[in-house]
Design a protein around this ligand. Structure first.
Ligand code: BMA
Length: 319
């Protein structure tokens, strides 16, 4: 059954899914949850690929229009190195990429699946061929992380989602700061999962990295609704203060995007939309998302509509 949504801010690309295992150059179970960046007008995706053991790695796919003619690396681009990095023993997942202008490097935050649970790891690259691993930034359980592209009062900032052992306490979005991308502190919870019947009750997490706008840092996050037949992953927006990203200015009440199309409703995990990358190109925002933990899709929104929409959302009760 189709949900009726008032504000269809993001329009699905008619040729979805844009990438599947059928288009992959080597054998894989699923291709989903890709980071996405624009480099000199072309699009680079760093896709999560799950193999037939159930272990994930990351592989680059490039396209000049971000839609078609994908050039996919012939073999995994970034694969777990559990001999040197034991925290990657069960694979690496769900990357988010931030361009750090002052370093002239891309920072990749990804989930390393350790024996102690998922944690946040960080790597730097200039070419998406070789990667300098900085190791774990957050201990388990923690995931859904991305860096801000700039420093705040001389410190880097990362959004992430620690999860306690008790689901009753919920899982919320936190911010942490670091002088060197290695040592993290001043942890603060900034976006609280709502409670009760809300679409984003109990468990939320960052999706794509924060997007710098004239109104503040635009945040895309997912809310996980638990139902008798499983979880539903839907998306909402928030706006953070440009100078002090610990301050939340706006937050959507309603979800803005949720599983509707058959490729989002059915797959390895039903009813999941999970974007790990977005960027602004001309007046459009391109959002790349994993659908049903099985394939990769694209949806586009008008940038100004998105900003108008979030700036007309409530400011109180935002957290
Ligand atoms: C989350 C992450 C995502 C996944 C989603 C739905 O916890 O593990 O990688 O897409 O669950 O299964």
């Amino acid at each position: 059954m189709k949900e009726k949504i008032d504000h269809e801010l993001f329009q699905r690309y008619s040729g979805n899914p844009i990438l599947t295992v059928e288009s992959w150059p080597y054998r894989a179970n699923s291709v989903f949850n890709a980071a996405a960046v624009e480099i000199n007008g072309a699009v680079l995706l760093l896709a999560r690929v799950e193999d037939y053991r159930g272990i994930s790695h990351l592989t680059v796919a490039r396209s000049s229009d971000g839609i078609s003619n994908w050039q996919i690396d012939e073999k995994p681009t970034l694969i777990s190195q559990s001999d040197k990095h034991p925290e990657e023993i069960w694979g690496i997942e769900d990357p988010r990429i931030t361009w750090i202008e002052s370093m002239q490097k891309w920072a990749v935050c990804y989930t390393a699946f350790s024996e102690g649970g998922p944690l946040v790891s960080l790597a730097l690259t200039t070419d998406f061929k070789s990667f300098e691993r900085l190791g774990p930034a957050m201990h388990p359980d923690d995931k859904d992380a991305a860096l801000f592209p700039v420093q705040f009062n001389g410190r880097w900032a990362m959004l992430h989602r620690p999860a306690g052992r008790s689901p009753l306490l919920g899982a919320h979005i936190w911010i942490s700061f670091s002088p060197d991308l290695k040592h993290w502190g001043d942890h603060k919870e900034i976006i609280h999962a709502r409670k009760g019947a809300w679409w984003d009750a109990n468990k939320i997490g960052l999706c794509a990295p924060p997007m710098e706008t004239e109104e503040g840092w635009l945040i895309l996050y997912h809310g996980v609704r638990m139902t008798a037949s499983g979880c539903i992953y839907r998306l909402g927006l928030a706006m953070l203060d440009i100078d002090d990203p610990t301050k939340i200015i706006r937050r959507t009440d309603e979800w803005i995007f949720g599983p509707q199309a058959h490729y989002e409703r059915e797959g390895d995990v039903d009813d999941v939309v999970f974007p790990c990358g977005w960027f602004k190109k001309d007046d459009k925002v391109y959002m790349y998302y994993g659908a049903a933990d099985s394939h990769l899709c694209l949806a586009m929104a008008d940038y100004n509509e998105l900003i108008d929409f979030i700036m007309n959302c409530p400011s109180e009760n935002a957290g």
